[in-house]
Design a protein around this ligand. Structure first.
Ligand code: R5P
Length: 318
C-alpha cells in the first residue's frame, strides 16, 4: 500500500497517515509525488518513486476543475507506471449536486465525472456523503460511500443538548437526518420544505414540525454560500426555537459563505475537514472543524486487512 496526496488534501493526508501509523506495526510515509506546472497552468504530475505492482491510495477532494484535472493526470501517470490498483480517496466528490437534469437541457456532471475517472483507470473510490447516494450507480467499480454523520455524533453526544430537535433543511436531507436521530432516541424531528428556482438561490421555505422551546440541530451534507442555513435559522428562531446549531459534512463556504454564517443566528456550526480551509483568519468563531481523518484511516485499514467497511460505516447509505 502506498499513500499519496493531491494539492487539495495535504493536511488531511498527513493526519490520516498519523492515525494509520498509530494502528500499524509498520510506518507508512507519504509517497513522493511531485505536481509540477507549466507556465500556462498545465499540470504535470510525476511519481518520484517506483509504484510498480503497488496498491495506490490517492487522497484528493475534487473541489475544483483544477483538482479534477490533477486527479485524472495522477491516475494516468500511475497506470503508466504499472501500479496494481488505484483507489481515489475523495472525501468530498465535486459535481455531486448534478445527479439528474434538474434544469432544462442541463448536464449531469456527477455521471460525466464518474465516466472519466473510470476511463482513465481508477479502480475504486472512497468518498463521504455524496449529495445523492444514487450517484454510486454511475460507477461500474466499487464505491465506498461513507456516512458523514459518524464524524459528528460523538461531539453532539458529549455536549448533551437538552430538548433536542433534529431538523432536515430540505427534502433531500431527510434520510441523513433520520440516520442521525438513531443516536438520539429522545430527539424530535422537523423539516423544512425548501424550493429553489436556480442554484444557490432559495425561493421559499416552510417549516414542518414544532420547534417551540427546542434546541435545534440542522443536518445537511454541505454548506456552500450559507444561504440555506441563514434562511432556515431565521425561520426556526421565528417559530419559537431556543437555539439553532448546524452540522454539515462539507464546508464549501463559497461567495458570502463565511459572512452569511457570521451574521446568522446560529449558535454553532460543525463541518468536517473534507474541504481544506483557505482563509483561516476569516473563519467565523462559531464554525468548528471536526476531522474526518480518523474515520478515513479506519476505512483504509479495513480495506488493507480485507475487513468489512460496514463495521466502521454503519448502514445509512446501504
Ligand atoms: C442542497 O440540496 C444541499 O444539501 C445544501 O443544502 C445546499 O447545497 C447548501 O447550499 P447553500 O449553502 O448555498 O444554500
Amino acid at each position: 500500500m502506498k499513500i499519496f496526496c493531491g494539492s487539495t488534501s495535504k493536511e488531511l493526508t498527513s493526519d490520516i497517515i498519523r492515525y494509520l501509523n498509530n494502528e500499524l506495526d509498520q510506518t507508512i510515509i507519504l509517497g513522493d509525488l511531485k505536481i509540477d506546472y507549466f507556465s500556462d497552468g498545465e499540470i504535470l504530475p510525476m511519481f518520484n518513486e517506483s509504484i510498480r505492482d503497488k496498491d495506490i491510495f490517492f487522497v484528493q477532494s475534487t473541489i475544483s476543475s483544477n483538482s479534477i484535472m490533477e486527479t485524472l493526470l495522477v491516475i494516468d501517470a500511475s497506470k503508466r507506471a504499472g501500479c496494481k490498483s488505484f483507489t481515489l480517496v475523495a472525501p468530498f466528490q465535486g459535481y455531486s449536486r448534478q445527479d439528474k437534469t434538474d434544469h432544462l437541457r442541463s448536464s449531469i456532471g456527477s455521471k460525466m465525472l464518474a465516466d472519466i475517472l473510470e476511463k482513465v483507470g481508477m479502480s475504486k473510490i472512497i468518498t463521504i456523503d455524496l449529495h445523492a447516494s444514487s450517484i454510486q450507480g454511475f460507477f461500474n467499480i466499487p464505491v465506498i460511500h461513507l456516512n458523514g454523520n459518524k464524524i459528528f455524533i460523538e461531539y453532539i453526544l458529549e455536549n448533551k443538548i437538552e430538548d433536542l430537535t433534529i431538523l432536515a433543511p430540505d427534502q433531500g436531507a431527510v434520510k441523513k437526518t433520520y440516520d442521525f436521530m438513531k443516536a438520539f432516541p429522545d430527539a424530535t424531528f422537523a423539516m423544512i420544505n425548501k424550493r429553489r428556482v436556480k442554484p444557490n438561490e432559495i425561493h421559499s421555505m416552510e417549516l414542518v414540525g414544532d420547534v417551540r422551546g427546542r434546541n435545534v440541530v440542522i443536518i445537511d451534507d454541505m454548506i456552500d454560500t450559507g444561504g440555506t442555513l441563514l434562511k432556515a435559522t431565521d425561520l426556526i428562531i421565528n417559530s419559537g426555537a431556543n437555539t439553532v446549531r448546524a452540522i454539515a459534512t462539507h464546508g464549501i463556504f463559497s461567495g458570502a459563505g463565511f459572512e452569511n454564517i457570521e451574521k446568522s443566528k446560529l449558535l454553532e456550526v460543525l463541518v468536517s475537514d473534507t474541504i481544506p480551509v483557505n482563509n483561516i483568519d476569516k473563519i467565523p468563531s462559531k464554525i468548528k472543524y471536526v476531522s474526518c481523518a480518523k474515520f478515513l484511516s479506519k476505512v483504509i485499514l479495513s480495506i488493507r486487512n480485507n475487513g468489512s467497511i460496514n463495521d466502521v460505516n454503519g448502514s445509512l447509505h446501504n
